[in-house]
Design a binder for this molecule. Structure first.
Ligand SMILES: Cc1cc2nc3c(=O)[nH]c(=O)nc-3n(C[C@H](O)[C@H](O)[C@H](O)COP(=O)(O)OP(=O)(O)OC[C@H]3O[C@@H](n4cnc5c(N)ncnc54)[C@H](O)[C@@H]3O)c2cc1C
Length: 419
């Protein structure tokens, strides 16, 4: 019997866009199950109590569930196992569902997880892929559930397996071959956009890796597999160190308080167009290109010097693909408290803009105050037009110093590399 519980511990924290995506996933799952002769049973409440109640109602002897790596999920799995066990029901956790390889299965000789990506990637790439399992036969008992939500037409990224499979198929056929060359092009914005589907389990990372390798071998697929491996990498770190979702992996000391800087960053009003474009894309679409995530996160932590946890919380609320492992550990990577082997690297947003949005089109798309400027230099550095022109356009002056092409709120320390 397929069961989904809308978990009281999680739902109040998610944005309306993410809730819409989840509801579309459930609608599509129910439609898919009906084609197999079943249906989705939907309940809501405290997950452990609800699953135990349903197991008792239908006389289940086993409950099967995909395991997860966050502290919340690990605790939930322990309580569920205990609760079911007290009723004589066995909880079977499946640990090769969310990720391609099981977190914790690959280990270096000296610790319980890989802290450096490249050796992990080398070992990961040698492992065989699990074969897909067949869809099970379904006979769903007569049991009460909530009405499964309907579909909301018209969103660019509709939730669900059907939309995820279609996107995967078309993207692999048309784009993966060029992925290595174009994945950082902000204006083209042609990465797969499969992350929300991977997060919600609509698309299997293992199946994607197998399809790409079998049908589209080459440098593009190699680069794509590397990204899927980053996903596994962060999951194996969080499985071993669940506290890394809120604690520095490499302690850095205290972060200064800067509510005004944080408010300007959050609102997309820092006066640095490439940063504002990313933040406005996030607010409007629940999405941000990976390069823009790097630039905006680097600006918050390394330029403004604001605690990465504030940035991670904002992303977690707004991103459709918000995922504790990928979000918090990428934030730690950028902030220099995580797994980056060069923790002092600083991304200069002006150089990043010139390199990854050379024509200025990404900024024009999300910053209408600058959309009519033809010269990319003026789009990326509008303060060159003078304060009167900036104020006429209603675009803010930069909240940081921008002299000599360096963007800095604080002194750049000796030895810090600027890219
Ligand atoms: C500050 C910051 C926060 C981020 N927060 C999230 C998040 O909450 N959820 C999330 O899924 N990704 C997150 N990422 C990683 C990455 O930006 C997104 O996975 C990617 O942009 C999703 O777009 P895509 O599906 O088109 O990626 P593609 O380029 O098509 O890559 C394919 C898949 O590989 C995985 N992947 C790609 N890059 C990374 C990465 N750096 N780390 C882990 N997995 C990766 C994703 O599952 C992605 O769908 C974050 C990155 C940064 C710098």
């Amino acid at each position: 019997m397929p069961l989904f519980v809308l978990d009281d511990g999680i739902l109040p924290r998610i944005s309306p866009m993410r809730r819409r995506f989840l509801e579309e996933c459930l609608a599509d799952l129910d439609a898919g199950l009906r084609k197999l002769g079943g249906r989705l049973v939907l309940r809501s409440g405290e997950l452990v109590a609800e699953v135990c109640r349903v197991a008792a109602e239908v006389g289940a002897t086993e409950v099967h569930m995909a395991s997860d790596v966050t502290a919340y999920a690990q605790e939930r799995e322990r309580s569920l196992a205990a609760g079911l066990n007290a009723q004589g029901v066995l909880l079977q956790l499946h640990d090769r569902v969310h990720t391609i390889q099981v977190p914790g299965e690959l280990r270096p000789t000296d610790r319980d997880y890989f802290s450096v990506f490249t050796p992990y990637w080398r070992r990961w790439a040698e492992l065989p892929l699990r074969a897909p399992a067949n869809a099970p036969q379904l006979t769903v008992p007569d049991i009460a559930g909530l009405a499964v939500p309907g579909f909301i037409a018209g969103s660019e990224l509709p939730g669900g397996e059907t939309a995820g499979r279609l996107r995967a198929r078309e993207w692999l056929a048309n784009t993966v071959d060029q992925y290595e060359d174009i994945h950082d092009d902000l204006a083209a914005d042609v990465t797969s956009k499969l992350s929300p589907y991977l997060h919600f389990g609509c698309v299997s990372a293992t199946e994607l890796a197998a399809r790409a390798t079998r049908d589209h071998p080459g440098a593009g697929t190699e680069a794509f597999l590397r990204q899927l491996c980053w996903r596994d990498f962060h999951h194996q770190v969080l499985a071993a160190r669940p506290a890394a979702a809120h604690t520095d992996l490499r302690p850095r000391g205290t972060w200064p308080d800067d509510p005004e800087g944080l408010a300007a960053w959050t609102a997309g009003a820092t006066g640095i167009p490439i940063v504002d474009a990313g933040m406005r894309q996030l607010a409007a679409e629940g999405w941000m290109h990976n390069r823009a995530r790097l630039i905006t996160a680097g600006f918050l932590t390394k330029t403004l010097g604001i605690d990465w946890r504030h940035g991670a919380a904002h992303f977690a609320h707004h991103l459709l693909d918000a995922d504790v492992a990928n979000n918090t550990l990428n934030w730690q990577w950028v902030a220099g408290t995580g797994m980056d082997t060069r923790p002092n690297r600083v991304l200069n947003p002006l150089r990043q803009a010139a390199r990854y949005d050379p024509a200025g089109d990404y900024v024009r798309r999300y910053v209408p105050e600058l959309a009519d400027l033809a010269d990319p230099m003026q789009v990326h550095q509008p303060w060159r037009l003078g304060p009167a022109e900036l104020s006429k356009r209603g675009y803010p002056a930069p909240i940081v110093g921008v002299e000599g092409g360096r963007v800095a709120r604080r002194e750049i320390e000796p030895g810090e590399a600027l890219f």
